[in-house]
Design a protein around this ligand. Structure first.
Ligand code: AMP
Length: 217
């Protein structure tokens, strides 16, 4: 049975972490528009060059750019059994575009899982976030510190902080979330697709809540 999911929540809610666990359990791909855009920025592709300024300031990249990314990505063969959208949609216009593109592909959404976390905790989580340059593994300076300072415990790669995870940009990203993305909670509630859960507790506790939802337990 296909599993077509959206993870909704503010930056720092743990969408990426939970998406990776869903990938393993259900063999469906994680579609993270943020990851795809960061890779385009790194490659200095025309799309990356266009997106960089928006991303560095904590603003959203224009809807048509991300809608195009997702439309193409959903046609790849690894999406046959489903997908987990992480960081998309982020505006009502994107949600409408997603609805239209899924209808055109003869697909429907199964669940929109909304993860909520207090603002103070989000700031603490995000500003402590570090990522390995080489293998992409995530760390947190307080909650999941690497054994050797600034080095990845898996591959020895150098750890870095995302430019947009710094405190000033983070405050802006949370405002953008409140203004442009939070309305999607009501949007999906009215479509009877919304399932909300608290994003607090251990990573595994949160994952179990998500599994209960998507397996209908
Ligand atoms: P993320 O890793 O999901 O927090 O995304 C990082 C940045 O990429 C965001 O702050 C936006 O600038 C951009 N971005 C990612 N996904 C979207 C989206 N669905 N719509 C617009 N901008 C996005």
């Amino acid at each position: 049975m296909p599993m077509n999911l959206i993870l909704l929540g503010p930056p720092g809610a743990g969408k990426g972490t939970q998406a990776k666990k869903l990938v393993k359990r259900y063999s469906i791909p994680q579609i993270s528009t943020g990851d795809i855009l960061r890779s385009a920025v790194k490659d200095q592709s025309p799309m990356g060059i266009k997106a960089k300024g928006f991303m560095d300031s904590g603003a959203l990249v224009p809807d048509e750019v991300v809608v195009g990314i997702v439309d193409e990505r959903l046609d790849k063969s690894d999406c046959v059994n489903g997908f987990v959208l992480d960081g998309f949609p982020r505006t009502v216009a994107q949600a409408n575009a997603l609805k239209a593109m899924l209808a055109a592909k003869g697909r429907t959404l199964d669940h929109v899982v909304s993860i909520s976390v207090d603002k103070d905790e989000l700031l603490e989580r995000i500003t402590g976030r570090r990522t390995c340059k080489a293998c992409g593994k995530g760390y947190h300076v307080l909650f999941d510190p690497p054994r050797l300072a600034d080095k990845c415990g898996e591959c020895g790669g150098e750890l870095f902080q995302r430019d947009d995870d710094r405190e000033d940009t983070m405050v802006k990203r949370l405002d953008v979330y409140d203004e442009q993305t939070a309305p999607l909670i009501a949007y999906y509630e009215s479509e009877s697709l919304l399932r909300s859960l608290p994003g607090t507790g251990s990573i595994d506790d949160i994952f179990q809540r998500i599994v209960s939802i998507v397996e209908g337990k």
